[in-house]
Design a protein around this ligand. Sequence first.
Ligand code: SAM
Length: 353
Amino acid sequence: MAAAAAAVASEEEKGEQAMEQPDAECPAKALCKAAADGELARAEQLLKDGCDYSMPDELGVTPLMLAAQHGHASLVRLLLDAGAPWNALDRSGRCAGDYAMEAGHQAAFDMLLNAGIQAELILGAVERQNRLSGVPSNIAYLKSHVHYSENELLDNESKGVMMAWEKPLMEAHAKAICTRGGDILNVGFGMGLIDTAIQSYGPASHTIIEAHPEVHAHMLESGWGKKENVQVVFGRWQDLMPQLCQYDGIFFDTYGEFYEDLRDFHAYLPKLLKPGGIYSYFNGLCANNAFFHVTYCQLVALELAASGFSTQFVPLPVKDCLDERTWLGVKKKYWQLDTYLLPVCQTQDEDET
Ligand SMILES: C[S@@+](CC[C@H](N)C(=O)[O-])C[C@H]1O[C@@H](n2cnc3c(N)ncnc32)[C@H](O)[C@@H]1O
């Protein structure tokens, strides 16, 4: 999330200069105190007098975070309306929404969530206008080498394309999308964890789309091209849409693509998914921050709802899947949360009956 990253840098810089003045003269400190104590009138006056609404303390904690932590929803509203960034991070990587979530302050949490969704909807619209058309987001990855080992598939920078710790998650996804049996589509083979699980349900047909030449070669070497009910299709899903039919279950999990790509895939769902079919995707959006992650879950659900789909998120604990050794030799820890929210998406009519 680019917006969040930008906010961190500026908040850290501000933190360097923050609160250097003695207490009595420091409006920023006074605003932090008013936010923590829920003193609305005092905070309003300080803002009127020109106090910086986003000045963090030495730990990067902003007035908005303090208002959220103490559940002062009116202060949260005031600060958001004044322009305080919803996505600023403190030095431990937590934003105001994390503070509200951890302390269980629902009203403050909802306000911050709405602010996040609104901001990301606007940013998404701007990004779509600025996008370079026709250039795949992950072109460099698709042209570079990958490396398979027993527990992982890495790209040429040693970043995890797919890792064995996700096996229980892939099994849960397979169970969800194979509920009705029938025709199943999986986009992105990786280590074939979900495809192995899909096969255990004996679907009538099982189509796998894979765009990386070396992953595709690996699939064929390991016999996926010879399975009776399996059709392996080489290419980018973006280029293959016209030749696909309709499916009872669909799973989407690519690599090196962005939220905008997932959103593009969702635009095809009404055509791809049979009525009553089940769709799911690997839910790794912003998986380094609990509140950003929840914001993106809600954003996806909102956008899918606009296309007639209802989405439920099934919580799965993942703490036990991961330990210190999991990330040895892997450049980026792409998952940092304790709970995985498995999306189960259906056409709204089917879900309601
Ligand atoms: C995270 S892995 C999938 C892991 C898989 N779910 C499993 O259970 O092992 C992502 C896969 O998507 C492939 N991929 C990336 N971009 C793609 C695209 N545009 N179309 C099809 N496959 C793509 C990658 O090469 C990679 O094999």
